[in-house]
Write a protein that binds this ligand. Structure first.
Ligand SMILES: [Fe+2]
Ligand SMILES: [Fe+2]
Length: 176
């Protein structure tokens, strides 16, 4: 059973890589690795997480998994560290989907579904409603991955210290 699952996972990884390898191998996509997205996760790792999960969900639902995985890989292609003041103009949360789409169109040929995925992934914050089922999937998967990455970061920064039997306090751990 486990072996069956491993073979199935490997098969999925091969199909997934076929969908996105031409994008992942470029220097400009790799450059997302220098920008932090959530906690200690870089934009590149975050986009890869969203892309692989979106691929799996869309494959399971019989949707266009290729457009979903490609759009998801470029959904946060804004190319700056949004934590640094002055690195961008306006409110990052509202503006970065449009900036990411502009950057993606500059470097790659995108279909209309991939464009919509990038542009609407911040729905409902940006009020741009996803036009395609795949865009909706990526938007939900993005929220799931963002929450997981942020919570993991917070969890790593806190520890529980027992004070007496059955009770403990939460203490923040400061790192250099
Ligand atoms: Fe985003
Ligand atoms: Fe994201």
């Amino acid at each position: 059973m486990n072996q069956e699952r491993t073979i199935k996972n490997e098969k999925h990884l091969i199909i997934y890589n076929d969908c996105v390898s031409d994008l992942i191998e470029t220097k400009i996509v790799q450059s997302m690795d220098q920008y932090i997205q959530h906690g200690e996760i870089t934009c590149l790792d975050h986009c890869k997480n969203v892309s692989l999960k979106s691929y799996k969900v869309c494959k399971f639902l019989n949707l266009d998994y290729k457009s979903a995985s490609r759009g998801a890989l470029l959904h946060d292609f804004f190319l700056y560290d949004w934590h640094i003041p002055g690195s961008h103009v306006g409110l990052h949360g509202f503006r970065h989907s449009k900036i990411s789409l502009n950057n993606a169109e500059k470097h790659f040929e995108l279909n209309k579904k991939e464009k919509d995925i990038i542009l609407t992934h911040m729905w409902p914050l940006t009020l741009r409603f996803p036009k395609y089922k795949e865009s909706f999937v990526v938007s939900i998967v993005d929220k799931f991955c963002s929450s997981k990455e942020t919570l993991y970061h917070m969890y790593k920064r806190f520890i529980f210290i027992p004070i007496k039997s059955g009770q403990s306090i939460l203490v923040k751990v400061y790192k250099k």
